[in-house]
Design a protein around this ligand. Structure first.
Ligand code: PRX
Length: 652
């Protein structure tokens, strides 16, 4: 362990030098929901009572809970005995309060087509689709897979499931048919909701054909619902495949929002762990909704009457679940949803959208910010970005230069930046500034949010007050994962066994002299590429599944734009002639384009210890162009010289 995010690495020294501070501007504080420390003070006195107050104030319940928290490590139950409906909270209650005409989603298609959807319209469509799902035999507890582009129907599908208690499992549209099939089979999903295709970089990318390939291997799927978006030709199988527009056209718009238990399973979302098999992270109803509603409101200082919020994530990731669908809609926010890439038709598409809709709160990933930096200051300068007032980042550590660029060129020097640390497993934000209350430092996620307790510990679980170590969470929180689908032992082993009585996040972090937290990246074999988690083993398994490959080792090497880039070292079988391109395409087919290695080096051997373990640290050194230190534990030291020579010659 302790490799990529090694808490003793040079990163700490580099960050130590960061002493710029940014207190919230007075003009911002004047209207901020939280200034000062009152929320922190309240939560530190009694965190359970604090969360209960949030649950009572921010969420509508059909039945009050009788116990706030039942905690038997690693199993948490929040708001025990309470019942509620998530779709009611995201839709009906806003309409009932007279806000049916408020815009829920300003949707911007990549080709430039748009849709404006009010809360009343969204409610109606969700009800129709919920009825359509019922008509296909879907019942509470059934798993439904969703494989869609960034179109409003993705949110409709998720909310329709929530309305009737079905469990959604969204698979990012960029994943391959094989990845989709694996996830469908693990969850034993009954229905798949997909589209003919979607727009990306000016062209239609087909989804239904990939879905068809997947379904050929998924015996549990009984029905496929297809949204028409790309207009590309698709095959429809009679009796199994249904057009979305035909289903909702024939469905009633009346669908009561039945209450479900606070611990009813709301969704599964698969994420990479340290082994080849992705894990189905389980999130439930009451605690999750409380957590995402609370964080979306306070971390972004949301004023729902006036703000226009935009999160650039895809609904296929946890950020899209928590901060496009559930958090913002539960808070009755107006948001922008965009289908495509940031550089179509030009490199200023995002800034054009900000100006067009008057976006006030903008949430994106550091990898995107670094890309915008590369495209140059002139792109954002073409547009009026003065509506912006809060900026956020998520997914990976943000380097201070990118933070400063974001602050100056997007935020005009006036917008607080919230660097939000959290995970698929945490459900919602955990460590982040509050924009009206926290003095920020570029590159630091600052402090645990009110209600959250985090500590840095060393290898022996001793608490560290200043310096680097492993990030742990010491108290349960409402949005926490409730398990790994079908694998309780893996749940316990992965998160609750490394350190007693605490959750181990898998990240390295450091506390500076002022108590600020600095995230240092993963300490396990999980890579973070453009803010997406991919395990080294997953890519290795994909490579080895190619008939030409005998052995493969994969590492994440630091990359200026994507945070980390995937480097693979491959030993081919005797007489095979596969090349780098063939193998990269194979990985894309096995997992998806996001997992394609940036470089694949074909090698006759791999550096191994005498006990036969691949020395990934050495491979990472080679990939990052560092001088190799001590190789005395290597079985064959000459292989490193050879790899280094190859790496250098391929740079030319
Ligand atoms: O390593 C941390 C990094 O992303 C991981 C979680 O990835 P995922 O479950 O895909 O969720 C991403 C979106 C919440 C973490 O273990 N990470 C996330 N946010 C930050 C971060 N690293 C540093 N700073 C952040 N703000």
């Amino acid at each position: 362990m302790a490799e990529s995010g090694d808490p003793t690495s040079d990163t700490i020294n580099a960050l130590m030098a960061e002493d710029r501070v940014f207190p919230p501007p007075d003009s911002f504080k004047n209207d901020a929901l939280v200034t000062g420390t009152f929320l922190y003070d309240e939560a530190s006195q009694d965190d359970e009572a604090f969360w209960a107050r949030q649950a009572a104030e921010l969420v509508d319940w059909d039945t009050e809970w009788d116990t706030i928290l039942d905690w038997q490590l690693p199993d948490a139950k929040w708001f025990v005995g309470g019942t509620l409906n998530v779709a009611h909270n995201c839709l009906d209650r806003h309409v009932a309060a007279g806000r049916g005409d408020k815009v829920a989603i300003h949707w911007e298609g990549e080709p430039g087509d748009t849709r404006t959807i009010t809360y009343a319209e969204l409610l109606e469509e969700v009800c129709r689709f919920a009825n359509a799902l019922k008509g296909l035999g879907v019942e509470a507890g059934d798993r439904i897979n969703i494989y869609l582009p960034m179109i409003p129907e993705a949110a409709v599908a998720m909310l329709a499931c929530a309305r009737i208690g079905a469990v959604h499992s969204v698979v990012f549209g960029g994943f391959s048919s094989q990845s989709l099939a694996d996830r469908i089979n693990d969850a034993e999903a009954k229905v798949l909701i997909t589209a003919d295709g979607g727009y990306r970089r000016g062209a239609v990318f087909p989804l239904k054909p990939a879905a068809d390939e997947a379904i050929a291997e998924t015996p549990s799927i009984e029905h496929v619902v297809v949204v028409q978006r790309g207009g590309n030709d698709v095959d429809m199988v009679d009796g199994r495949d249904h057009w979305y527009h035909e289903l909702i056209g024939g469905a009633s718009s009346e669908c009561p929002a039945e209450p479900f238990d606070a611990e009813h399973l709301l969704f599964l979302l698969y994420t990479s762990g340290t082994t080849g098999r992705p894990k189905g992270i389980m999130h439930t109803t009451g605690g999750y909704l409380t957590h995402v509603t609370y964080t979306h409101k306070y971390v972004f200082d949301l004023h729902p009457e006036t703000d226009v919020y935009w999160c650039t994530a895809d609904v296929g990731w946890i950020t899209g679940h928590s901060y496009i669908v559930y958090g913002p809609l539960s808070n009755g926010a107006t948001q922008v949803m965009y289908e495509g890439v940031p550089n179509y038709p030009g490199n200023d598409r995002f800034w054009e959208i900000v100006a067009k809709y008057g976006v006030t709160i903008f949430y994106t990933a550091p990898t995107a910010i670094r890309t915008f930096m590369k495209w140059g200051d002139a792109e954002p300068a073409k547009h009026d970005l003065s509506s912006l007032r809060v900026l956020g980042t998520v997914g990976e550590p943000i380097n201070p230069e990118a933070w400063m660029w974001y602050h100056e060129h997007i935020g005009g020097g006036r917008c607080p930046i919230v660097d939000t640390w959290w995970q698929t497993e945490t459900g919602g934000m955990m460590i982040s500034p509050l924009p009206g209350a926290t003095t920020t430092k570029p590159g630091s996620a600052t402090f645990p949010l009110p209600g959250v307790r985090a500590e840095i510990v060393d290898d022996d679980a001793n608490r560290i007050d200043v310096g680097g170590g492993y990030l742990t969470l010491t108290r349960p929180w409402p949005g926490m994962l409730r398990g790994i689908w079908g694998d309780p032992q893996r749940f316990r082993d992965t998160y609750w066994s490394r350190f007693p009585d605490r959750y181990f996040a898998g990240d390295g972090a450091k506390l500076d002299d002022d108590g600020y937290l600095w995230l240092l990246g993963r300490v396990d074999d999980v890579m973070n590429v453009s803010g997406h988690r991919i395990s080294t083993t997953e890519v290795e398994s994909a490579l080895v599944s190619h008939p030409s490959v005998a052995e493969a080792a994969v590492v994440g090497a630091t990359d200026d734009t994507t945070g980390q880039a995937i480097f693979a070292y491959v030993i081919l079988r005797g007489d095979s002639d596969a090349d780098e391109d063939v193998l990269r395409a194979h990985v894309a087919e096995e997992i998806g384009a996001i997992a394609k290695p940036k470089r694949i080096f074909l090698t006759p051997d791999l550096p191994k210890t005498r006990s036969g373990k691949i020395m990934r640290r050495l491979l990472r050194d080679v990939a990052e162009g560092r001088n190799i230190g001590d190789t005395t534990t290597l079985a064959d030291a000459s292989i490193v010289d050879e790899l280094q020579a190859r790496a250098t010659s391929s740079d030319d």
